[in-house]
Design a binder for this molecule. Structure first.
Ligand SMILES: [Zn+2]
Length: 271
């Protein structure tokens, strides 16, 4: 016991970026310096989803380890009722590790609306569906500040998710405006990962999206109607999601493997 207490095991950080997309990131790496630094430092891949690229379902599977047929949670709203955490009959990684005595924090995880937080008091922006520039800016700032604050506590596991790129790409896919927001996201990755020295020690990092993006007409599934009260949609979800890992020697092929990777290292007391 004394031995494990003396070891500095570090923090496992999962940074979720809803809808982060290689087709925007790869051609713009000269402008996205922190994404580039992360990619150079770690391992990266495209996760091509075999399940439907629906945010609620993918985030739910990622942190419960369950396939859609097992967790049965496909949509934020069912029969005109908002689905709540208690309606989803699974244990999430934060429930499991907390029960084992780990210090676990989860911030703004969008498998439900408003997004879910665990052991963190956080009020999501715009009910978790930020729809204008002011709300996007606010989410970017507040998730970053709260994540930085939580990182200083050095929890065993910290999960934090940004939702804004999903919203921005639905409304602005194909415009230069999208890259502007990837650059803002890139600055925040710099603040969180590099300015803090997070990767200098034993810490582990996963940066992941739940799906990618493409033009509205190209998408295999329509996750929202083309015409909404906020205007016509230009983009929708694509099955290719983004992944970079640093110090995580575990094969992640599907969203569910994030759960198993975290659980693997936790059971070996490696963080
Ligand atoms: Zn999403």
């Amino acid at each position: 016991m004394i031995h494990t207490m003396l070891r500095n095991k570090g923090t496992f950080l999962v940074l979720g970026i809803d809808a982060a997309t290689w087709s925007v990131i790869t051609p713009n790496l000269s402008k996205l310096k922190n994404f580039k630094r992360l990619i150079d430092l770690g391992k990266n891949k495209t996760i091509t989803l075999k399940e439907k690229p629906i945010s609620a379902s993918v985030w739910c599977g990622m942190f419960s380890g369950k396939l859609p047929a097992e967790h049965k949670h496909e949509s934020y709203v069912v029969n005109d009722e908002i689905v709540k955490r208690a309606d989803i009959k699974v244990d999430f990684i934060w429930d499991i590790l907390h029960a084992r005595g780990k210090n676990v924090k989860a911030l703004n995880v969008p498998f439900v609306v408003p997004p879910y937080s665990f052991n963190v008091d956080f009020k999501p922006i715009g009910f978790g569906l930020p729809t204008n520039e002011k709300e996007w800016e606010e989410e970017l700032e507040r998730v970053t500040e709260e994540t930085k604050f939580l990182m200083e506590e050095k929890p065993d596991l910290l999960i934090a998710v940004y939702t804004l790129l999903d919203r921005i790409q639905h409304f602005h896919w194909g415009e230069d405006y999208v890259l502007e927001w990837y650059r803002k996201m890139d600055d925040k990755i710099g603040e969180l990962i590099f300015d803090t020295g997070f990767l200098d020690g034993n810490n582990k990092l996963i940066v992941i999206s739940d799906h990618g993006f493409c033009s509205f007409g190209e998408a295999k599934v329509q996750t929202l109607p083309e015409h909404t009260d906020k205007g016509k949609l230009k983009g929708d979800h694509h099955e290719d999601a983004f992944l970079v890992t640093v110090n995580v020697d575990y094969d992640i092929e599907r969203p569910q493997d994030v759960f198993f990777a975290i659980n693997f290292f936790a059971s070996k007391n490696l963080y």
